[in-house]
Design a protein around this ligand. Sequence first.
Ligand SMILES: [Fe+2]
Ligand SMILES: [Fe+2]
Length: 130
Amino acid sequence: MEWDQKYKLGIIWQDFQHEQLFKHIDNLTKAKETGMEKAKFYKTISFIERYTQEHFDLEAKYMEQHRYPKILEHQKEHAKFIEDFRQFKSSCIYEDDKSSKELLLQLSKWVVKHIMKIDKDLAEFLQNRQ
Ligand SMILES: [Fe+2]
Ligand SMILES: [Fe+2]
């Protein structure tokens, strides 16, 4: 999962956070493939949990501030990610390797799809407001 310029939406804070998210999910994917020290692995998981929550909160703040009409739909998607990530975390704890690999792949796909569709729509909306 590599960051690419094509994922940039034109909102500086949003692009920066998306890039960070990409990096950390990529670290996790590589860790799953090659193995990583357990403590470090769980540290990365906790970091992503915190980071996505902060990122979603910030997007929510902008959506509220600018009265974005699709806020509910957008937040529903965020909630789905949080739930799926929780599932991924427990599959790691229970050492269910097959599920955790599949879930991580799904989460990566979710991030790309979410950025290119749902976040893109929000970014365009915010840009038109400025
Ligand atoms: Fe986002
Ligand atoms: Fe979003």
